[in-house]
Design a protein around this ligand. Structure first.
Ligand code: ADP
Length: 328
């Protein structure tokens, strides 16, 4: 079936993925494959703007790719690769920087956030982050980029950069990408308050064992007003119930909804049921992941093949770009 165009998305190599990544990003990556040619990049160069040590980059990349593949990313059709394996992106970043007014970069909210977060390390890479991101997107001639609200200004920046470049060099070499706004399902952590995140250690890994999953679910915070087993609870404000709606069969969701409100089920049993259903849902994915992990060199082969295919597109774009600039 003819595809609607090309999607590009980049993700930082954050290692084993958690349920927030899975429900908020990876499932969308998987679904997009049905309608688009997809290019999914592990942005290790972007990661250098914030990581303190690089010794885990390789391992974190491999763990993340295993989660992607197990979740249903299909490497025979989708290009999965590592940003630094296609160095043309650094060249394009430099050319795009020449049509980028400095003030635009210093004004971006994401830059200001980073300056607040790491005042001791305000490196050029943080400022140039959106330029490198724009280079990623246009190097692979993406038509569509899935973006959440926080990334929307970066995509708009990319579109303006493309227009500036094409205008300055009187060319159509670069394609202006469209934003595909994705509804981000914000998944809360086991604290029931903050967004699930590795750095807050409130996460459940996709690849956790069933026992680890059960232990994590047992720690989940429920309706704080429910002090005793005999108190009725309010599922509408309980993250355990939210997770039931994602992982449990409809009959269990309905039962929990009714029984929690009349103290017919306690939080301990409610969580046991959730852990059982979560483990059952994730079991096929975990089995696949273990199988991929046991194949020697499999992840490396996927990434090598992805880089090879990405380089073909990248070099084609760069030839057009160099010609447009009239580099000697
Ligand atoms: P990055 O720095 O690349 O955003 P993250 O690990 O924070 O790294 O996020 C990777 C992807 O997973 C992003 O698309 C992000 O929106 C999504 N994501 C992360 N945590 C959650 C969460 N708790 N709920 C929903 N989506 C999430």
């Amino acid at each position: 079936m003819a595809k609607k165009g090309r999607v590009f998305s980049g993700a930082r190599p954050t290692g084993r993925q958690h349920l927030g990544n899975y429900l908020g990003a990876i499932q969308n990556y998987v679904a997009l494959q049905d309608d688009y040619d997809c290019v999914y990049c592990i942005v290790d160069v972007h990661a250098l703007t914030t990581v303190e040590t690089t010794q885990d980059l390789k391992q974190n990349t491999a763990e993340m790719v295993l989660d992607w593949l197990a979740a249903g990313i299909r490497p025979a059709e989708t290009i999965v690769f590592v940003q630094s394996h296609v160095p043309q992106v650094m060249e394009l970043h430099t050319y795009l920087s020449m049509v980028t007014p400095l003030g635009k970069l210093t004004d971006l909210p994401t830059f200001k956030d980073k300056v607040r977060q790491q005042p001791e390390n305000v490196n050029y890479g943080l400022l140039g982050y959106p330029v490198l991101m724009a280079a990623d997107i246009v190097l692979y001639k993406a038509d569509v980029v899935p973006v959440g609200i926080d990334q929307a200004p970066h995509l708009e920046f990319t579109r303006e950069t493309v227009r500036s470049f094409n205008y300055r060099y009187n060319t159509k070499a670069l394609i202006e990408p469209q934003a595909k706004h994705t509804e981000i399902k914000k998944v809360l952590g086991i604290d029931g308050v903050e967004k699930m995140s590795k750095s807050l250690n409130n996460h459940i890994e996709i690849a956790a064992t069933p026992e680890e999953t059960t232990a994590r679910v047992r720690e989940m915070v429920t309706d704080p007003a429910r002090m005793k087993r005999t108190d009725p609870g309010n599922p509408d404000i309980c993250n355990v119930y939210t997770m039931h709606k994602i992982f449990s069969p409809q009959s269990d969701v309905e039962m929990v909804n009714v029984e929690c409100r009349r103290a017919g089920i306690g939080c301990v049993d409610c969580k046991k049921l959730l852990a059982k259903n979560m483990n059952a849902q994730l079991e096929p994915l975990r089995t696949k992941r273990a199988e991929f992990a046991s194949r020697p060199g499999y992840v490396q082969d996927v990434l090598d093949d992805g880089a090879r295919r990405a380089r073909v597109i990248a070099e084609q774009t760069m030839q057009e770009v160099r010609k447009a600039i009239q580099l000697p």
